[in-house]
Design a protein around this ligand. Sequence first.
Ligand SMILES: NC(=O)c1ccc[n+]([C@@H]2O[C@H](COP(=O)([O-])OP(=O)(O)OC[C@H]3O[C@@H](n4cnc5c(N)ncnc54)[C@H](O)[C@@H]3O)[C@@H](O)[C@H]2O)c1
Length: 325
Amino acid sequence: MKLLVTGGAGYIGSVVTRMLLDAGHQVVVLDDLRTGHAEALAPEATFVQARIHDAATVLTREAGFDGVLHFAALIAAGESMVHPERYWDVNTIGSLALLDAVRAAGVPRLVFSSTAAVYGNPVELPIPETAVKAPTSTYGATKLAVDMALTSEAIAHNLAAVSLRYFNVAGAYLTGETALGERHDPESHLIPIALDVAAGRREKLQLFGDDYPTVDGTCVRDYIHVEDLARAHLLALGVATPGQHRIYNLGNGNGFTNRQVVDVVREVTGHPVPVEVAPRREGDPAELVASSQLARDELGWVPAKPTLHDMVGDAWAFYRAHILG
Ligand SMILES: NC(=O)c1ccc[n+]([C@@H]2O[C@H](COP(=O)([O-])OP(=O)(O)OC[C@H]3O[C@@H](n4cnc5c(N)ncnc54)[C@H](O)[C@@H]3O)[C@@H](O)[C@H]2O)c1
């Protein structure tokens, strides 16, 4: 297939681009590099440096695209509460512009990076796709708006749409010559921050709240290896059906507390990783764990690297080789 990958210079989009190319697809990456990295771009992909708002310049009828995988977004929930206008502009208005271009060019399928943040504070665990959607951050709301637009688009215009709702993505893709990993700036994710401490780049790690109703008082989150997540995108392309908007959660169905994550980072890195308990963050639910049963049943998706050791081990290997260099 000829595919457009938006956000293909970012963490997850670059791994999916690599896998699509390795599976024999033709890929054009559209990214404005605002948070992405030129060195993460696959040399065999055509690169267009542009905003998603301008996707119509690439997605023309003549270009003959078979599908779009849409990763480009702003992703920091905390920042989205301080600068909501940026999130509505990029994540929602940008995505609607992309949808306009998809419709005008007659592109048949689209896979969208949605998020666990659409659910807000869960009322049932593990969280199924049918759970109440009540985002507690602007980030989650901007993503939910796009999910809803995709449902309408599929029904009204016969788009084959798939939303993949990721839980916490971790690890790196290290195979042969390829080394693609997480490099957000500023970093807001627990594992890379803990690795910063292990590498001596930060003094200590802050744990936000230790009085939650969990086994050790710290929040429980569901982690998914970026390699397993990326594979689900190729499977999603295969099941996308005209006129349907399919939605799948992607997590392991196993939660780990923040302290358990830090313990694994200590084991893998051999560093004591000092922690400091800080107050709870507004809107942080005690526990977020996915039910990914639907992805297993309908996509045939089975995570190959489900353990924290897999994820932290690969993230640390990437960190040492490519961030500490
Ligand atoms: N990382 C996670 O744990 C996680 C969890 C749930 C959902 N997601 C979603 O996955 C997707 C990818 O996340 P990531 O972690 O790879 O983030 P990332 O910041 O590494 O990648 C995002 C990419 O999009 C590009 N981009 C941003 N705004 C753009 C715009 N207006 N026009 C063109 N390009 C633009 C950036 O330059 C970057 O290359 C996002 O949609 C995010 O919401 C990520």
